[in-house]
Design a protein around this ligand. Structure first.
Ligand code: COA
Ligand code: ZN
Length: 305
């Protein structure tokens, strides 16, 4: 029987690097993206088009796109955008897929993008219209889908309404982001089961942070509901500079190992993934590395000998 596929998007070069005290050079960012691609990760969020004053580490994402195009980089790439200006910059840089950030709370919309939730919704609908003409795919990511550091717990009904709206408007994917890593598996299971029932799993994805050590448990809960798309970051890099207390994403190291052991196909070569994880740690000095990494490296070394 052919194993079922789970699509992993590594967001480390964006979600991870945006929160590092150390700002990487263009060459270092490209080396990290290349290492992740070499490991077979099928999609990579390579940067964002945001205000360089707000997020200095993401300045020069246009050069990342230009360099990758020049190198005929084959792995599909994604650019995160917070507003219309971001869309225009991403389009000009040749991005084929953008992740537009939406919000399940006004507090986060204000802090992250100086907007209300409703304004971000309207801009996203406009971007969806433009993107259809421009031949660009749009991933609508709903930030603080489980809890907000400013407004507290998020009502499931708020997320359900948002998902329905952007599914209907033709978003290529709708992703639930646990921006601060506050969700628990029971909450994830309940919300994702409802959403899969309403919309099917095809266009739904999840984005978990590991702040309270429930990242992988939350991935499993969503898998149980039928979700087959996940964001994660190499070596667990990350956090959001605008969301106090958020730590890194669930590590690609851990999610790839767990899913493969469970019998899913991810396309990822774990040996090469460890090399990418080592590079992420060496470049940043802060990436924790997956929790499974010490075991996994020992296991892979034994296999090779
Ligand atoms: N890319 C680059 N520059 C942008 C931009 C974008 N997407 N959107 C706005 N700007 C520029 C404006 O041109 C302006 O530049 P200037 O000061 O040289 O004139 C400056 O940013 C401020 O613009 P303004 O519209 O007043 O926005 P703001 O100061 O309220 O900031 C955002 C709003 C959205 C630009 C800013 O908060 C941001 O970039 N946030 C990104 C947050 C993020 O990346 N979060 C993590 C991912 S979820
Ligand atoms: Zn995130």
């Amino acid at each position: 029987m052919t194993p079922e596929t789970v699509m992993i998007t590594d967001v480390g070069p964006r979600d991870g690097l945006q929160n590092q005290p150390k700002i990487l050079t263009l060459e270092q960012r490209l080396a990290l993206v290349q290492a992740i691609a070499d490991a077979g990760v099928p999609q990579i969020e390579v940067g964002s088009f945001v205000s360089p004053k707000a997020v200095p580490a993401m300045a020069g994402t246009d050069q990342v796109f230009a360099s990758l195009e020049k190198a005929q980089f084959a792995t599909p790439t994604i650019a995160l955008i917070p507003n219309m200006k971001g869309y225009e910059l991403a389009r000009a840089a040749g991005a084929k897929t953008v992740t537009m950030v939406l919000y399940a709370s006004d507090g986060m919309a204000q802090k992250n993008a100086s907007m209300t939730m409703a304004q971000a919704d309207e801009i996203t609908l406009e971007i969806l219209r433009l993107a259809k003409q421009d031949g660009i795919e749009v991933i609508a990511t709903i930030a603080v889908a489980f809890a907000c550091p400013f407004d507290g717990p998020t009502a499931a009904s708020t997320v359900e309404k948002g998902v329905a709206r952007f599914m209907k408007a033709g978003a290529d994917q709708v992703v639930l982001a646990d921006t601060i890593g506050a969700a628990d598996p029971q909450q994830v299971r309940a919300l994702t089961a409802t959403l899969v029932e309403q919309h099917g799993a095809g266009r739904l994805g999840c984005h978990f942070h590991d702040t309270r050590a429930m990242g992988l448990a939350n991935v499993y809960a969503a898998v149980e509901s039928g979700i087959r798309r996940f964001d994660s970051s190499i070596a667990g890099l990350g956090g959001c500079p605008f969301a106090p207390g958020a730590s890194g994403n669930v590590a690609t190291d851990d999610i790839a190992m767990m899913l493969q052991q469970m019998g899913f196909a991810t396309g990822i070569d774990l040996n090469k993934l460890m090399q990418a994880s080592d590079l992420a740690q060496a470049l940043t000095g802060t990436a924790p590395g997956g929790r499974s990494k010490p075991w996994l490296q020992g296991y892979l070394t034994k296999q090779a000998s």
